[in-house]
Design a protein around this ligand. Sequence first.
Ligand SMILES: Cc1ncc(COP(=O)(O)O)c(C=O)c1O
Length: 280
Amino acid sequence: MANRALAVLGRGILPVETPIARADDAGLTRGDGVFETIHVRYGKPWQLDEHLARMAGSGRILGIDLPPAAELAALVDEVLVDAAADEEVAVKIVCTRGPEGQDRPTVFATMFDVAPAQRQGRRDGIAVVSVTLGVPADVRSGAPWLLGGAKTLSYAVNMAALRYAATAGADDALLVSVEGTVLEAPTANVVWAADGALRTIPVDTGILAGTTVNYLLDRAGELGLRAERARISLDDLYAADEAWLCSSVRGAARITSLDGKPIGEKGLTEGVQRLLGFPV
Ligand SMILES: Cc1ncc(COP(=O)(O)O)c(C=O)c1O
């Protein structure tokens, strides 16, 4: 049976069809708000504290006064009350800026099944196409209004990049800067193994600081690899031993090809998946 639930802060569990936002809510009218998506294993949210810390940071960047972390954690517990303990599910927490002219965020959490495409990517790998984000890699660190590093509700560009990738026959997109520096995927970070190191893109490029990537790099030693943060061009990614897109719900999906050309496979994926707690 499908797992689905909705909990609204201050109102508790409601039927999932319940309308929960006013028509003038800035989350709806402007994509003005923040969110987190969390993987849930055996009924327990994975890395909840890390997600709540990043959400607090996103709230600070947007100047939205979020509820305290303890209230958000209680909301997550509430929405998971009927989650199947033997299945993986996901929880999304959303905090919008709220109705026009009011200082009152709209806060809710939903629980839902992990999409089959995410599980398939984890198992079989993914074909990726590169797409430009249209900005230089250094611009967002000096331009706070571009909201680099915040997980905002304004994901229309990210979703359009994914639709473009699908029309190009790929499973996912890789966003690159105008200079051809790899940034991130629309809903994931990129990680690659090369020269005895597990590497990812530094956050001074304005990308999201991924909880999954941080977890993985903190434990790279368990795979016999060093952890490093470094920029890489699209062209140099072909020389990697192996590369993945990583996010909370998908775990690590090996990039099998980039723009139609194969990327290395050195048998590291199983170890990476195991480190993240996902069976291959
Ligand atoms: C743009 C973007 N980058 C990276 C990530 C990966 O973050 P995490 O590992 O915390 O899920 C996400 C997650 O959805 C994302 O939306």
